[in-house]
Each structure stands twice: as C-alpha cells, then as structure tokens.
Design a protein around this ligand. Structure first.
Ligand SMILES: [Zn+2]
Ligand SMILES: [Zn+2]
Length: 307
C-alpha cells in the first residue's frame, strides 16, 4: 500500500514554518517525488522521508517554487552514495531549461534522465522496472507556465478469499499460486482457477496532485475515484476569486468543488499563499462544500489502503 507524505504546503516562497509544496509517494521500496521547491531536501529529512529511495521526480512546471530545490536534492543524493539513475518528468519543451538549472550540480555520480510529457493532451505511462502495477498519468493545466497535473494509480491484484478456498478444500500450499493468478491441479485431480477463489476488479489506489492552475473542468474527471486528491488552495476568501483567475491559481473553495465533482475520498489542500497565515481556520466552512477536506500541514502522512 502506498505511503504518501506531503512534504510542504507553501506556494511562492518557503517560510520559517512552512516548506514549499512537494509530495513523496513511497511504495514497494521505490519513491516518487512530485515537485521540488527550494528547501525540499530539508523538508524531506524533517518528514522522515529518505532521499535515496527517489527514483522518479515529477515536476508540475518550471516555476522556482516547484523546481529550485532540485540541484540541492540531487547533490545530496549523490553525497549519499546513489548510483542508480533518476528520471525527471516535466512538460514538453522544458527539458533544455531544466538541464541549464542542473548544470550547477557539476558532476553527479548517477545519471539524471530528463523526460518530457505531452502538453497537448492527457497522457498515461508505466515504468515496468519501477512497478508494472503503477500507472502515471498527466493532465495539461492552465497556468502562466506550462503546467501538468499528475495522478498515480496502483492496480490491485484480485482479493483472495480464504473462505472460498476452504469451501473448495484447496490446501493452503496452493493459495499463493492461485492469488498470483495461476490455476492449480489438486491431488484429487480437480483443477481450481484463480477466479474461483478471488474477488476481481478492485478499483486502483489513486493519488491525484494538481497545483498552479485555473480550476478546469477536466481536473474533476482526471481526479475521479482518487482516494487522495491533493490540490492547490491559495486563499480561503472568495473575494480573492478575481485575483486568482487573473493569476491562474485556485481558491480553497475551487478545490473543494472539484473534489466533490470528482467523487474523491479525501482532499488535502496545499500551496497556500504566504499571506494566508492560518489556512486551517477555513476548514470548518469548507466542509460545507466537501466534507472530507483537510487544510494540510507540512509532513502530513497517510497510507492509502483502498478500503
Ligand atoms: Zn507555485
Ligand atoms: Zn506556478
């Protein structure tokens, strides 16, 4: 089951008590980091997340509050003895700019692979060497810089039903084989197929992360079925709406409405304006729009079990 840690919750600039928004997704020995603003490597350590497990970095866009921490993080990983490659994904047309930023790293003891994702359409892919069950998806957003939303969907094996296996008198030694999708032949000559002892089609465990965008209709569809939707909420005052539309950002209320339309299980707000000193003061009122909303704080963690 994936462990999710929201490393930081700030937008624009880090503050003494608030790191920049970034998310650490850990499953099966591998970590994916989404965004890496200034200071993210310190925030990772404070949250108890290990740098050296990061194999993939997903950048929403190339604004400083989402990427300026990358050279420092990669240098720390190098100092920590990393040798395996790290792949950094970003919107199409931005790899050259990122390569310029990473020039200040000097020589790293591992390869940094830069990969661009389409900006004219939603896109999905898997990285079989990382986890064939995990599908990454990106969605073009609308911001003052090319920006992508991301979702990570972890497919689940059909659930094994011990009581069904017992009913069919299948010895325990065959259970693992059946659960992994293979039919077995029993000593009495009967063949038992996985479908007889499992419950199929459990929905994937899904995380969606969208920040720095207008509240596009497409986001609701993109976040559909998420156990956790992490979304920008710069301010909690509706009178900031016009300003947010002009700057192509979202209010907390926009995020709540999207989460409701998406049928998400829970919403964590992030990317607060430095002017928004106490986001949690809005939480009670926001529950009228989406009951399971949290004004997230740095270091907030959850294990998504899918139950
Ligand atoms: Zn930002
Ligand atoms: Zn931005």
């Amino acid at each position: 089951m994936p462990d999710i840690t929201l490393i930081g919750t700030g937008g624009m600039l880090p503050m003494p008590d608030r790191w920049l928004t970034s998310c650490y997704y850990f499953h099966n020995g591998h970590a994916v980091l989404i965004d890496c603003g200034e200071g993210s490597q310190v925030a990772l350590t404070e949250a108890g997340c290990r740098h050296n497990r990061i194999d993939v970095i997903l950048l929403t866009h190339l604004h400083a509050d989402h990427v300026a921490g990358l050279p420092g993080l990669l240098l720390s990983m190098g100092n920590g003895g990393r040798q395996q490659p790290v792949t950094v994904f970003m919107p199409e047309g931005r790899a050259k700019i990122l390569a310029g930023l990473l020039a200040i790293c000097g020589g790293l003891p591992f390869e940094v692979r830069l990969a661009e994702l389409p900006f004219d359409k939603p896109y999905s892919f898997t990285l079989p060497e990382l986890d064939p069950m995990l599908t990454f998806s990106s969605l073009p957003l609308q911001h003052s810089e090319r920006c992508l939303g991301y979702s990570l969907s972890l497919a689940r094996k059909p659930e094994f039903q011990p009581e069904k296996a017992k009913e069919l008198q299948v010895p325990v030694k065959y259970w693992k084989q059946l659960h992994s999708g293979e039919s077995v032949q029993l000593e009495d000559g009967r063949t038992v197929s996985p479908e007889q002892v499992t419950v199929p089609n459990r929905p994937p465990i899904k995380l969606t992360y969208c920040t720095d965008t207008l509240p596009l209709d497409e986001i609701a569809e993109f976040a559909r079925g998420s156990q956790l939707f992490i979304c920008e909420g710069m301010y909690g005052d509706e009178d900031k709406k016009e300003d947010m539309d002009r700057k192509q950002h979202m209010l907390m209320q926009d995020a709540c409405r999207l989460a409701s339309r998406a049928g998400a299980e829970r919403l964590w707000l992030t990317h607060y304006s430095p002017a928004c000193a106490a986001p949690w003061l809005y939480e009670e009122k926001l529950r009228e729009l989406f009951p399971n909303v949290s004004c997230a704080k740095d270091g907030m963690k959850i294990t998504l079990t899918g139950d």
